[in-house]
Design a binder for this molecule. Structure first.
Ligand code: KIV
Ligand code: ZN
Length: 385
């Protein structure tokens, strides 16, 4: 079974979320948790971007020994030298260099010809290779680049020493079918592609980052980049926890393994949410508050009889203690009786009926009936008898 490597960029692309600014201690705590989660490569920051980022990358490189640590650099000698200073003490130092390859970026942003972009990329990959064993090169805005230009430049940067080729959907523009086709094309047309890892990096502007990442896997990607909770620039990056769980749950279909320790997912998500101040939406797949909550009576009845009726992921798999049967206006008697028993009350059938009626009346006034509300209803009833 082919293994997919997970590259986490929560500390770099994730920190580019507007309003997020992590201090060094928070970054180190997150890095340690990413290591426990079993991430293969973590991008600890962009060392040339600020003194603070440089220092954080250096500390993480010195602290983390079971996950490979990398840092971002532009295609300049200065950025590469700074990255080396920050990363040289890492167990397996890596660098991540990027240059845009789409006509729109080359013309308007870089003001470089395609030949200039090839030359700069090749020179800077060779330069980085004098220091780093592992060099990742990213074709920024790959999904809006010409496929034959990509094939040409990728072949040359691999010859120059790149060990990972990353094809980002920088602006979250592509679709699963189209992104998958790009990976297949590169696999089929770049003669030396089997020498390197092929990586996907998706943004979520059209809400397709996870689907696009999985399409890349189906078409030959061997590494997936993203962040925990999907945080990142604009609408964010692909959520690594969603991709990992999808590969696990639908292993019958995808047949790929990962090194992730899935039951560390919830702890990682909570820590990152706390330090970044970015709340996880209640309905977010895998880690949202409601991902394992059931309110409707029909669903609650099914789950009480056999959880797999309405749960395709067990809460324990991702590090959550148990599912949650929420008592609200859609809830039925089964979940209510179950809750009464959990709270330690024993009533004759008549009293249960009465309690259920009072509970239902309350649900018309209150969206969610808490254990405390129920406790009040039940103790009132107990003192009546
Ligand atoms: O989205 C992107 O293109 C990036 C690059 C720096 C790899 O984050
Ligand atoms: Zn990105």
């Amino acid at each position: 079974m082919a293994q997919i490597k997970f590259f986490d960029t929560t500390l770099r692309d994730g920190e580019q979320s507007p309003g997020v600014n992590l201090n060094q201690l928070e970054k180190i705590e997150i890095a340690k948790q990413l290591e426990r989660l079993g991430i293969d490569v973590m991008e600890a920051g962009f060392p040339a971007s600020s003194k603070g980022d440089f220092e954080a990358v250096r500390q993480i490189a010195r602290t983390i020994k079971n996950t490979s640590v990398t840092g971002l650099a532009r295609t300049t000698k200065e950025d590469i030298d700074i990255a080396w200073d920050a990363l040289k003490d890492a167990a397996e130092p890596r660098i991540h260099i990027f240059l845009a390859t789409s006509p729109i970026h080359m013309t308007h942003k870089l003001k470089k010809t395609p030949d200039d972009v090839i030359q700069t990329s090749v020179e800077m990959v060779s330069y980085a290779k004098q220091k780093f064993t592992h060099v990742e090169w990213s074709a920024e805005d790959a999904s809006r680049s010409d496929l034959d230009f990509l094939v040409k430049i990728i072949e040359k940067v691999i010859d120059a020493g790149a060990t990972v080729i990353n094809l980002p959907d920088t602006v979250g523009y592509t679709t699963p079918e189209e992104y998958g086709r790009m990976f297949r094309y590169v696999r089929e047309h770049v003669p030396n592609i089997d020498k390197v890892a092929l990586s996907a990096h998706c943004h979520d502007d059209l809400g397709m980052a996870v689907a696009n990442s999985i399409a890349a896997i189906e078409n030959g990607a061997t590494q997936i980049e993203g962040t925990i909770n999907g945080i990142g620039e604009r609408a964010g990056n692909a959520s690594l926890e969603e991709i990992a769980v999808a590969l696990k749950i639908r292993n019958d279909y995808y047949q790929h393994s990962t090194n992730l320790v899935l039951n560390e997912i919830k702890r990682t998500s909570d820590l990152i949410s706390k330090f970044t101040g970015m709340m996880v939406p209640g309905n977010k797949a895998v880690v949202g508050r409601n991902a394992f909550a059931h309110e409707s009576g029909i669903h609650q009845d099914g789950v009480l009889k056999e959880a797999s009726t309405y749960e395709i992921i067990t809460p324990e798999m991702v590090g959550i203690k148990s599912n949650n049967l929420v008592l609200g206006k859609h809830s039925g008697r089964h979940a209510f009786v179950d809750k009464v028993e959990q709270l330690g009350f024993e009533f004759p059938e008549e009293k249960v009926k009465e309690a259920f009626k009072t509970f239902k009346e309350l649900t018309d006034r209150k969206k969610e009936v808490t254990d405390d509300d129920l406790f009040t209803i039940l103790t009132d009833l107990q003192s009546d008898s």
